[in-house]
Design a protein around this ligand. Structure first.
Ligand code: DUC
Ligand code: ZN
Ligand code: ZN
Length: 475
């Protein structure tokens, strides 16, 4: 009987720390050998001329999430995980969103049922806490963390989701006690409402009004407030989807004070700008809705600032914040109310399939970041931050055989017609990239090759996580 089920031969193996020529031996879905030469495999893949990277982990995606009356998200678990796999990913982390007034446990059970039998690659589920009642804080959250849901997101804006300062503090305190990870959407609710109403009174209702309603000050103030609360409770937090210099400065300031503030940014803040929301060329000015996400993309100076933050290590992770809606659809971006004001355009853009090629091309191919930094930002740090390490996120014996084979020289142009997501557009239409994932392997099985999907939905697993006991701290 062969020693390995699969050998990947002759590739350049890249981890967060090393770049080496090596073969990889895989058995029972796990990596069992990384060596000069691996002999005796039932099947071999020739990776000559290719990079062998840990499969991407996208720790911030929205899949089949309730999105308000009349609005439907464009991806279910089947389409989202298919698109993710085609884009070089092997694990995604979506959110079970607690509607106000409902039990968090019931929310999680219902969300897990949606994923059942659908996933092509593995997924791990975060929670969104919108209603931190006494029973949620005292019983449900601790029990859910113990059951493997070890991270939750809180919002500082949105009518149905916003937590006030007292509630943020209560959730942070539970996270500290249970050793869970909190992700913070840092934008200030009252300021956004004030500005939105002012813009509407002035007749500025186009999609571009979205950018005007949420300037960087709104993000900076909320980031500072979240950081102050985290300092008070003495708990690490992750500020997600950081869009520019102002919030970034707060994070760097906090770190200089010794606080454990983690940060995430996304390809949209490196490659898009608020100008995209002007929808040039569209007679109705609505094409800009394709780019409406929160925080909004900013300007060229902000892009440069975020690149510099990546290079200086301010950012732990680059996620997609995939939040897909169809554009030409009454249940999507062009819902009837969206034409009356930007505030009714669902917030979010698709990006699960394009995150890695865009970052690789703009980052590695253009010489802004090393291959090893790319791996840290797209896989290893996600695994470490959210409790998937040392099972996922690197290439070494014992890790899941989750791999992406990359052609670093391959030139492609991103187009909707080559993508697999459920949305009817991509914000990166026509974007030229150098570097492309040619094969994705999930626990030793090829799930995507040259844009073709090979595995069956339902083979992907929901991964439960455990907290590191050293992160649990009594009050
Ligand atoms: N926040 C996200 O993280 N995703 C989409 C919309 C939002 O506000
Ligand atoms: Zn958010
Ligand atoms: Zn998000």
């Amino acid at each position: 009987m062969p020693e390995f089920d699969l050998a990947i031969r002759g590739g350049t193996v890249v981890t967060a720390g090393d770049t080496v020529q090596a073969d990889i031996g895989i058995r029972d879905g796990r990596i069992v050998a990384v060596a000069d030469r691996v002999e005796g495999a039932a099947r071999e893949i020739d990776a000559g001329g290719l990079l062998v990277l840990p499969g991407g982990i996208d720790s911030h995606v929205h899949i089949a999430q309730p999105s308000g009356p009349g609005i439907v998200m464009a991806d279910d678990f089947a389409s989202a995980t298919r698109a993710a796999a085609a884009g070089g990913n092997t694990c995604v982390m979506p959110f079970a969103l607690q509607p106000r007034g409902e039990s968090l446990r019931a929310t999680v059970d219902a969300y897990r049922a949606k994923a059942d039998g659908q996933c092509l690659i593995d997924a791990a589920i975060h929670l969104i806490v919108s209603d931190p009642t006494d029973s949620v804080l005292g019983q449900e959250l601790p029990a859910l963390v113990a059951d493997g849901y070890t991270s939750f997101k809180v919002f500082m804006t949105y009518d149905d989701l916003v937590l006030n300062d007292r509630e943020l503090l209560e959730v942070f305190a539970v996270a500290r006690r249970e050793g869970a990870r909190v992700m913070v959407h840092a934008e200030g609710y009252d300021t956004i409402r004030f500005l939105s109403e002012k813009l509407e009174r002035a007749g500025e209702t186009r999609p571009y009004g979205h950018a005007l309603s949420r300037p960087q000050t709104v993000e900076r103030e909320a980031a500072h407030r979240a950081i102050s609360h985290a300092e008070l409770i003495d708990v690490p937090i992750v500020i997600v989807h950081v869009s520019g210099n102002e919030a970034m400065e707060q994070i760097a300031w906090a770190r200089a004070r010794g606080l454990k503030i983690h940060a995430e940014t996304c390809p949209q803040y490196l490659t898009l700008t608020a100008e995209d929301m002007k929808g040039i060329g569209d007679p109705d000015d609505m094409a800009g809705a394709k780019y409406v996400c929160s925080p909004p993309p900013r300007d060229a100076a902000s892009q440069a600032a975020v690149w510099s933050g990546i290079q200086r290590g301010v950012f732990d992770v680059v996620s997609s914040d995939h939040c897909p809606f169809r554009y030409d659809d009454p249940q999507g971006k062009l819902n009837p109310r969206a034409r009356t004001s930007f505030r009714w355009i669902p917030n979010g853009i698709p990006g699960i399939e394009t995150r890695l090629p865009v970052l690789f091309s703009e980052g590695v191919s253009k010489g802004r970041i090393s291959l090893n930094t790319f791996v840290s930002l797209t896989a290893t740090n996600h695994a470490k931050l959210y409790g998937l390490y040392p099972r996922k996120g690197s290439i070494a014996p014992g890790f899941d055989a989750d791999l992406a084979l990359w052609d670093p020289n391959r030139r492609e142009t991103i187009r909707q017609e080559i993508l697999h997501h459920g949305s009817d557009y991509t914000p990166w239409e026509g974007f030229a990239v150098t570097g492309w994932p040619v094969m994705t392997i999930s626990r030793g099985e090829i799930v995507a090759e040259e844009g073709r999907i090979l595995g069956e939905p339902g083979r992907g697993r929901i991964v439960d996580r455990t907290v590191n006991p050293t992160e649990r701290r009594a009050d």
